[in-house]
Write a protein that binds this ligand. Sequence first.
Ligand code: CU
Ligand code: CU
Length: 346
Amino acid sequence: MRKLWENKVSRRRLIGGAAATGAALPVLHGLVPHEGLHGQEAEAAGEHIAERHAAHRGAGHIGGVGSVDARTNGFDPHEILRDFDEGTLRGGVREWEIVAEEKEIEVAPGVRYAAWAYNGRVPGPTLRAREGDRLRIRFTNGSSHPHTMHFHGIHRAAEDGVPRIGPGNILPGESTVYDFDATPFGLHLYHCHSTPLAEHIAKGLYGAFVIDPKDGRPPADELVMVMNGFDTNFDRSNEVYGVNTVAFAYMDEPIRVKRDELVRIYLVNVLEFDFVNSFHIHANFFDYFPTGTRLEPRDFTDTVVLGQGERGILELRFPYPGKYMFHAHVSEFAELGWMGFFEVTD
Ligand code: CU
Ligand code: CU
């Protein structure tokens, strides 16, 4: 698989040319997590597929050959799901320390990517505050490029984390403090705003930013899903897609939830290079709160489409036990890593 990923075939050419020539199929099929899809058309693609078949059977595994070792990455997509960082409250101020650094991560089995990370994670920590809190983020740039932290929300210009305003670009080895109020309540995000902007975001400098309403939300099993992707050959399109970075992470190991329990998903789209992303749940429907800024749902649906930087809160209950798929309804993204399962138990 590594050899296939690393050849410099652009994904666009890959997808566009696959049907006509079959030549590009090995890479695509290397990621398609269904044995059943390794069918006749794959046979035509030659020896790579034969290797792949053997590897798949040997691994007895869906989602590619082998798996990504969370210990090597230093973060686990399953832990990121339920990991909320509420910072430290000091004298009525909620504080975090965030460091930007360079870090090689594995985004699919055998596919390594030279990422930039906040606090060693991609996505960065999910920062969580309550409406009206005073927030103080101490940001240090531990990498060799200028970076910032730009938060979505309502604040003064100087706290906006963009070049040439307030502290502007934070140079390598330097630090700054961003200081603002948690408002409005909802689901937001933060990301680097240095230029070239698409690259600084795509390299991994982003995270979810949750502001709870003053009176909170009903108790639920809460999950953070940051939809992202990786341009592994620097052609300004993504070759790998996922939720919380690792392709097929929740295919390999489903997300376990309880039957009838309220599940709340904080869904953020930080994908670069593709205009839209989406989330689709099988055999169920959810209440949808765009940006989480109102307490009444706008929609009751099974699919939402999000533009770049768009996010929303999903609430649902699973009435039946079993395994239920969720994935991007952009099928191309699903086949390149953005699909998973919920496993519902009593
Ligand atoms: Cu940056
Ligand atoms: Cu933004």
